[in-house]
Design a protein around this ligand. Structure first.
Ligand SMILES: O=C(O)c1cc(=O)[nH]c(=O)n1[C@@H]1O[C@H](COP(=O)(O)O)[C@@H](O)[C@H]1O
Length: 230
């Protein structure tokens, strides 16, 4: 299977989202990410409707709570037949293990967010008061996730080689913060182009605005797929 380009569906309303998706030919093998913005508005029925269209779903809820709450939430999500789910790695070992336990019996890959790609070294040190180099913090959280049963992590593409080194080559590295050379970086800090992400060993890239806000979303998607698969 070729490695996916996951389209982040960050839209303010479902009409806009469905209109965007209508640009894609019916036989496109789409992998989409439903994040907090759309999930808070449209909930599980929206997830189900996109799953019924045959899309693969990355449900990006970034769960971060006490282990019991996360486990019970994951038990519910386990019935939804989604391909990926996120928790925050900084929720700790017990929480990650509880999430995995909650997903037992499902095909859902559990991914732990390491350091958000919108945070750089300055924010890590000055705001979060974490006295580590960013790459050490990311690899620490990746190892924690690996040791506690996660199937992979979310990180910047820049950290993938280090993560694979401290975990396993098959430990999934799904990387947002993807910006083609000509795109606006916006609020992202640790960015890479699709071809850089591929060369660094990412297993999947997550792309939002460079596709969803392009004049022609399908063409932008095709261009990114072409660069990613080259
Ligand atoms: O978990 C994520 O998907 C995520 C983690 C992270 O560290 N950085 C990050 O940007 N994301 C998500 O990836 C998407 C990136 O969108 P764009 O910046 O528009 O390409 C957004 O939906 C973010 O919520």
């Amino acid at each position: 299977m070729s490695k996916p380009v996951i389209v982040a569906l960050d839209f303010a309303d479902d009409f806009e989202c469905i209109e965007f998706l209508s640009q894609f030919p019916k036989d496109t093998d789409l992998f989409v990410k439903i994040g907090l913005e759309m999930f808070c508005q449209f909930g599980y029925p929206f997830v189900r409707s996109l799953r019924n269209r045959g899309y693969k779903i990355f449900l990006d809820l970034k769960l971060h709570d006490i282990p019991n709450t996360v486990k019970r939430t994951c038990e519910m999500i386990a019935k939804w037949d989604v391909q990926m789910l996120t928790v925050h790695g900084s929720g700790g070992a017990e929480m990650i293990a509880a999430a995995k336990k909650g997903l037992e019996g499902s095909q859902t890959n559990l991914l732990a967010v390491t350091q958000l790609t919108s945070l750089g070294q300055k924010e890590l040190s000055d705001e979060l008061m974490i006295p580590l180099k960013s790459q050490d913090y990311v690899t620490h959280l990746a190892k924690l996730a690996f040791d506690n049963g996660a199937d992979g992590v979310i990180s910047s593409a820049l950290e993938v080689p280090m993560i694979k080194e401290v975990t396993d080559k098959d430990f999934l590295c799904v990387t947002p913060g993807i910006r083609p050379k000509t795109a606006q970086v916006g609020d992202q800090k640790r960015v890479a182009t699709p071809s850089e992400a591929r060369n660094l060993g990412s297993d999947a890239i997550v792309v939002g605005r460079p596709i969803t806000q392009a004049e022609n979303g399908f063409v932008a998607y095709q261009n990114i797929c072409q660069e990613w698969n080259k």
